[in-house]
Design a protein around this ligand. Structure first.
Ligand code: ACM
Length: 270
């Protein structure tokens, strides 16, 4: 069984050191093989200008990247963390995945930008990663928060072999709690949502982040669940092997039964 830790906390807007300290403290007693942290966990969320965001944007070799790589080595764990990324004069809302023994993180840039993120970040231009780890014998798909509203993302990750989808999040609505179990069922895989909690107020507007981080199994059942408020580290043991068989009775298999040749065509009878 693979031990997955899903971290919920309330990052401080614009205080990277405070956020790294909080992550250190939360993870200090944790023994896990895969650790999933929220979206923008080193910077906070509600940036409305690129100038304000710039000091917190990361690139491989940066302060937070070094921190997470060292943590991945110390814990011999894969660490999936949402962070702002600086690349080629642009900013992306990205997920960095750090692996022990591999210096270069895998970077996924958020494809679907939410709310005012468009004023700060460029839309992602990376493919959706499925990271194969031979040591743990698992394939991890990465998506980011608002990507949940696009079933194509989890389907593409599942078709790419993902057995666990890690979804760093800063969710401010509740609808995802109905949909994420469906993403697990329709793709027969695990989903770990690391959502943040707390509030941020900028320019008189307050965002309330909804917590309730969760791990769902391939049948959509809750394996671990945090409260709406407060720090939490969820620990779940997952077995990726059932995710490799997409059948659910002797006749039906959710991959083999797909009809992609029909999905691009609409008929409009008069
Ligand atoms: C979100 O994508 N932060 C809702």
């Amino acid at each position: 069984m693979i031990r997955v830790a899903t971290v919920q906390f309330s990052p401080v807007l614009g205080d990277r050191q405070a956020n790294l300290d909080a992550i250190s403290k939360l993870l200090d007693p944790v023994e896990a093989d895969i650790i999933v942290l929220p979206e923008l966990c080193t910077s906070g969320y509600f940036f409305v200008s690129r100038e304000e965001l710039a000091p917190f944007a990361e690139a491989p070799g940066g302060v937070a990247c070094d921190f997470f790589q060292r943590l991945a080595e110390a814990k011999q764990a894969i660490i999936v963390a949402g962070m702002p990324e600086a690349a080629d004069g642009c900013f992306y809302n990205s997920v960095f995945t750090f692996r022990p023994g591999i210096a270069e993180p895998v970077i996924y840039r958020k494809a679907h930008l939410f709310y005012q993120e468009r004023f700060v970040f460029e839309p992602g231009d990376t493919a959706f990663p499925v990271i194969r780890d031979e040591r743990l014998d698992v394939s991890i798909g990465i998506m980011l928060c608002y990507d949940w509203r696009f079933p194509e993302v989890s389907r593409v990750l599942a078709l790419g072999g993902a057995e666990l989808i890690a979804c760093p999040s800063n969710l401010v609505t509740d609808a995802w709690r109905k949909v994420m179990p469906a993403r697990a069922i329709e793709n027969k895989l695990y989903v770990a949502v690391a959502n943040r909690c707390g509030t941020e107020t900028v320019g008189g507007e307050t965002l309330l982040f909804k917590g309730c981080s969760a791990v769902y199994d391939p049948w959509g059942e809750v394996v671990a669940l945090a409260g709406a408020e407060g720090d939490a580290v969820l620990l779940a043991k997952i077995d990726p092997r059932p995710c490799r068989d997409k059948s659910f009775n002797e006749f039906n298999d959710i991959f083999a039964d797909r009809r992609p040749e029909l999905y691009g065509a609409i008929c409009r009878p008069r």
